[in-house]
Ligand binder design. Structure first.
Ligand code: KIV
Ligand code: ZN
Length: 500
């Protein structure tokens, strides 16, 4: 019988730490339910001591989700563990994930401590967490750069203290696959509690050198039985190992003989949902879920695929939930079709919210012939802007070759109307200058990304922005068939987040 790998999803914790990717509790519940449908074993729902928002999200996700274990992160600190236990009170299956840095640089510079004291603190944290829950996971932060012999002593001590899972993070993404695999092998061979089945090892790899998935697979092939992953590989800096890559590697490489509980046909809808809610575009060439992942453009490839799809495709797009025959929504599609498609994508809308989204859908379907999944996810999330105090009333821009662009803008600020105009070196410049003439704050545009039109000149353009104001950087998003309006919407999204 094949071995089982547990999938620990940390999209809502490590993934959500990414600047600009923050979700509110309702959105986190949506993602958590989709992860449950996808078949993940553990959902890391947050770091409860870090903020009231995280605390509340762990509570609400615990109530909303039935099968997966809900996990809460802590440092090896009693207060953190108390708060995590409280946040997990409604979880049907609960886990506390506690830990401490074990590399020499963490021990010296982060904790001003020594190896023996770190083992004592690790053991004390596990024992303390055990007072609240049976299932305790310990992480040895920066295990990737921790000396193997010392790491084995740490793992041995925490397993004896009652840890059920020991996480070996390559926190900095430094390890080579062979090195990481050897580390897991060394631990499997030198810690009795592991061979005795008292605990399992987990991988948690970061992608700084592009080796997160390779390291995770090396870890699995050497004995790790849990993999910590995120949807689309989002996470701190260059991100974490991506769930879809691990799940599909194990599905395609039957020789590894390790199974997961992932329903791979839910991979693509989950990827779209997370990307849309977090306003985090997926790079077109991203393995498994990128727009080009199954697109064959060269003549030789197209010819081969037409003769026999296996010549260039190692997996069936349908296996990851990409269905070319999926119903495309048009202006003639009814409310029920929209509701059904959203539900396939993990968004349940009813009543007034469904009506409002349907009205927006009809407007968009008037502007473009076919409305795709990204569009309707964007529409379903559009009511996030409804609560904004500052709203765009109208925007008029004249532009062209050899003339200066001029923009007139109207804003509604908490019910009061304002108008201004400005000229600029292009339509976006003119529109933003007109907007600034009303807002009158010193802002600096730090980043401005327009997601290029992908399927036709009538497609929806998506704009991501970072605006600096008063020492803080704010993230904004806008989407519109008119790219200038999308840019202004993104700027307004940022302004609405200003703290003063
Ligand atoms: O990367 C890391 O080491 C972590 C731990 C907190 C598990 O995210
Ligand atoms: Zn991490």
């Amino acid at each position: 019988m094949s071995d089982r790998l547990f999938i620990f999803d940390t999209t809502l914790r490590d993934g959500e730490q990414v600047p600009g990717c923050q979700l509110n509790t309702v959105e986190k519940i949506q993602v958590a339910k989709q992860l449950e449908a996808l078949g993940v074993d553990v959902i890391e729902a947050g770091f409860p001591i870090s903020s009231p928002g995280d605390f509340n999200s762990v509570i609400e996700i615990s109530k909303a989700v039935t099968w997966p274990t809900i996990c809460a992160l802590t440092r090896a600190v009693q207060k953190d563990i108390d708060v995590a236990a409280e946040a997990l009170q409604f979880a049907k299956h609960k886990r506390i994930h506690t830990g401490i840095g074990t590399s020499d640089s963490h021990i010296k510079y982060k904790f001003n401590s020594n190896r023996e004291e770190i083992i004592e603190r690790a053991v004390a944290a596990v024992k303390y967490a055990k007072r609240y829950v049976e299932d305790v996971e310990f992480y040895a932060e920066d295990a990737g750069r921790t000396d193997n012999e010392y790491l084995a002593r740490v793992v041995d001590a925490v397993v004896k203290a009652g840890a059920t899972v020991v996480n070996i993070p390559d926190t900095t993404g430094y390890c080579l696959p062979q090195e990481f695999g050897a580390k897991i092998k060394y631990l499997m061979e030198h810690v009795d509690g592991l061979s005795a089945g008292k605990a399992i090892l987990s991988t948690h790899c970061h992608n700084d050198l592009g080796m997160a998935t390779a390291n995770t697979i090396a870890g699995i092939m050497n004995g790790a039985r849990q993999a910590e992953v995120t949807i689309n590989g989002i996470g701190e800096r260059a991100g974490n190992t991506s769930l879809e890559e691990v799940a599909m590697i194990l599905k395609c490489h039957k020789g590894i003989d390790i199974d997961t509980n992932i329903n791979t046909q839910k991979i693509y809808p989950t990827s779209r949902l997370v990307s849309s809610l977090m306003n985090m575009p997926v790079q077109p060439n991203k393995a498994i879920v990128g727009r080009n992942a199954f697109a064959h453009s060269s003549g030789i490839h197209q010819d081969g695929v037409l003769k026999n799809v296996q010549t260039y495709e190692i997996m069936d797009p349908k296996d990851v939930g990409i269905d070319d025959n999926a119903i495309v929504l048009t202006a003639r599609s009814g409310r029920a079709a929209l509701k059904h498609r959203l539900s396939v994508l993990g968004v349940e809308l009813e009543g007034e919210r469904l009506d409002a989204t349907y009205q927006e859908f009809l407007k968009l379907a008037d502007k473009k012939k076919e409305v795709n999944d990204d569009d309707i996810l964007m529409l379903a999330g559009a009511d996030r802007a409804a609560a904004h105090a500052i709203k765009l009333d109208y925007l008029q821009v004249t532009t062209g070759m050899g003339v200066k662009s001029v923009a007139c803008i109207g804003l509604d600020i908490a019910g009061e109307k304002f108008e201004a105009s400005a000229s600029g070196n292009g339509p976006v410049d003119a529109a933003i200058k007109a907007l600034k003439n009303i807002i009158k704050r010193h802002t600096v545009l730090k980043e401005f990304t327009i997601q290029a039109i992908s399927k036709g000149s009538d497609d929806v353009g998506k704009v991501h922005m970072q605006v600096e104001y008063d020492g803080h950087v704010y993230y904004g998003f806008g989407a519109n068939t008119d790219i200038v309006s999308a840019s202004v919407e993104a700027y307004i999204d940022c302004i609405n987040k200003f703290k003063k």
